[in-house]
Design a protein around this ligand. Structure first.
Ligand SMILES: Nc1nc2c(ncn2[C@@H]2O[C@H](COP(=O)(O)OP(=O)(O)OP(=O)(O)O)[C@@H](O)[C@H]2O)c(=O)[nH]1
Length: 331
């Protein structure tokens, strides 16, 4: 049972941790009545959201993301911030292999009262997972968390989804290979506002320095996504917790640079606008799929398309027509 959205919002704004966890559970619920309550809750808290820096992070497998988030997170809370760590991982259900599902990998941070760690919601589509993470971000902000870290495991389009909901995006890499940006999808590099070469310690320290130089050179060949920002390449050791200050300073400098140019607010406005449209697309599509007359025609039309005797465009138009002609009577 959930308390009513107004009481939940009050408890949330008062900083009650339990209220935050419940609010996110409510947001993640797919029950229609819960969805309405979640919307009411978001309406209450929205004026108190947004006062944060939203940081996305991705990395190649084994780059040390969990170790890095732990080191970075502890550094940030020691500075007096409150940090929420969220995840977009459509590949694994909550109980599965989600990076944040296993909090023992971030043992110190997960015990810290100044931090809040929430695994990826389980959901079938990336869109659904992304929507819930965005909403979770807003309630975390309303609860007073001023640094939001959204991590993604780098499956399919999840990086783009995360980049579209954060202020800056970090890409975590490892030394070795000496193969410049090989093996990393170019599109992901282009999303990055800062590149961090982790594991710059012990035997790997020199290699990390070399890798950073290689990445810097490779970046020159790419068109910068942002004219006001040169993507820096840093090195750090999440294990030895060195170089982490520089990562945080980069986050702060980026935030300030974007605010000074007006780009920070502009980008958030664009993101909110795009989010609205993706909600429209998702809601419309679901409404269409749920429509009985569409459902009746769908199997035949799908069969026609897959067997190649019906053009996909014509099938789509027929379905939309069926939906439109039914819509008024269902009001
Ligand atoms: N030498 C060194 N090893 C590190 C560092 N950070 C992480 N590692 C090691 O790298 C391995 C992977 O670290 P994780 O933090 O689990 O990495 P991850 O990217 O979350 O792992 P995936 O599950 O593969 O995504 C572990 O054995 C870590 O101990 C570092 O700064 N230096």
């Amino acid at each position: 049972m959930f308390p009513d959205p107004q009481s939940l919002a009050r408890a949330l704004l008062a900083g009650e941790r339990r209220a935050l966890a419940r609010a996110i559970t409510l947001i993640e619920s797919t029950r229609p009545d819960h969805r309405l309550a979640a919307e009411a809750l978001l309406h209450e808290v929205l004026p108190h959201a947004g006062r944060s820096i939203r940081v996305g992070i991705t990395g190649v497998p084994g780059a040390g993301k969990s170790t890095f988030i732990e080191a970075f997170g502890l550094n940030v809370v020691e500075r007096g911030h409150r940090l929420a760590v969220l995840a977009v991982d459509p590949s694994s259900p909550r109980s599965g292999g989600s990076i944040l599902g296993d909090k023992t990998r971030m043992e110190e941070l997960s015990r810290d009262q100044r931090a809040f760690i929430r695994p990826s919601p389980s959901g079938c589509t990336l869109g659904g997972v992304a929507r819930r993470t965005r909403e979770a971000m807003l309630v975390c902000e309303a609860a007073g968390f001023d640094v939001i870290l959204v991590e993604t495991v780098g499956v399919g389009q999840s990086e783009t989804a995360v980049a579209d909901m954060v202020d800056l995006f970090l890409l975590l890499l490892v030394p070795g290979g000496g193969d410049e940006l090989q093996g990393i999808k170019k599109g992901i590099v282009e999303l990055a506002d800062a590149i961090i070469v982790n594991k710059a310690d012990g035997d790997l320290e020199a290699a990390a320095g070399r890798a950073a130089r290689d990445y810097r050179n490779a970046l020159h060949l790419l068109t910068p996504a942002n004219a006001a920002w040169m993507v820096p390449v840093l090195t750090c050791s999440a294990l030895a917790r060195s170089g982490i200050d520089q990562v945080w300073e980069t986050v702060e400098t980026f935030g300030q640079t974007m605010k000074d140019s007006g780009r920070f607010e502009e980008r958030r406005a664009e993101q909110a606008h795009a989010w609205m449209w993706s909600e429209i697309a998702e809601t419309l599509l679901q409404t269409l799929k749920d429509d009985p007359s569409v459902a009746r025609q769908l199997p035949d039309l799908e069969a026609g398309v897959t067997r190649g005797f019906l053009a996909p465009g014509a099938a789509a138009r027929q379905l939309v027509e069926a939906f439109r002609s039914r819509a008024p009577s269902s009001e």
